[in-house]
Design a binder for this molecule. Sequence first.
Ligand SMILES: [Fe+2]
Ligand SMILES: [Fe+2]
Length: 361
Amino acid sequence: MNTENNALNKPFILIVDDEFLQRLPMTEALRHGGFRVAEAEDGAQAWELIQKETPDLVLLDVVMPVMDGFDLCLKIRQEEQFQHLPVVLATALDDLSSIERAYQIGVTDFITKPVNWGLLAYRVRYILRAARTSQALAKRELELLDTRMEIIRRLGQAAEYRDNETGTHVQRVSHISALLGRAVGLSSHDQELLLHATPMHDIGKIGIPDSILLKPEKLTQEEFAIMKTHTTLGGQLLDHEPSTLLRTAHTIALTHHERWDGGGYPRGLRGEEIPLVGRLCSLADVFDALTSRRPYKPAWSVQEAVEEIQKDSGSAFEPSLVAVFLALLPEIQKIRESFPDQGLFRGEKILEMASCEGGKS
Ligand SMILES: [Fe+2]
Ligand SMILES: [Fe+2]
């Protein structure tokens, strides 16, 4: 049996205390309890050791020379890789403000001094188990979030596949909306929401017949009335959702065709009655639609699209948003270059396939 390997399998605890007479019994108690132990005399020495080998848990004294327990804990928490490293403060401190500060800087738990040597290993084992369980839960939560984001992204693309197989329009509109959102002061959390919710702005197109969606000619009044229902259909699809992300997507789907002057659809909302996320998506959506080729029109130049948007400032779009948009044009151009359109539209492919089959027969 390889004893060194056995030792490496044991949980590794780093004890940081400037007093030898404190470290000694702690080390013995933990070794006896089945742990591998290293010692450091102060925060600076501990920091060096942590970087060489990440311990499973750090047991820290508060008052030490060079770098005290609070400063070491702060340093540990500033590093992404040590975010979940359990840090336990061994302290005789009983004043609430120190304990409050310790929790604020990310201390995991406390062991009160004088330490009960007989119970130390049990306590450390319990804290380690709790930390591992919460890390596993956090990981699971992240995986669930990733899966949900992916499903949502694909749902948005599925809607776009109905008229544009590359799915790049929704990506460009999302990134442009989030960029505009950042410029008007949305928090990074809200920018993220916008980025992930905007791909669903046209999800309601799933319910629009191909004969209307792919029609290369101008729509009749009746057809346009049906086309307009993609907003309410999208709203219905995303309704009653408990998640903030899907609630934002619901708002965007419902309001991305409203106009600043009240002349939009489906509800004819006016000015700030239109939720900000809807106003942001509307501007990004129109700009991208104008500068993209569509079955019924060629792509406009950026200059032409910008002139159109300036012309519609105050009527279709909020004037202050148009100003922000103009200031961000170079960055918006970069987004367009990152997600170029490729290939044919679905309607064009259907036509192409039909002519090939016709040639064969
Ligand atoms: Fe739309
Ligand atoms: Fe769109």
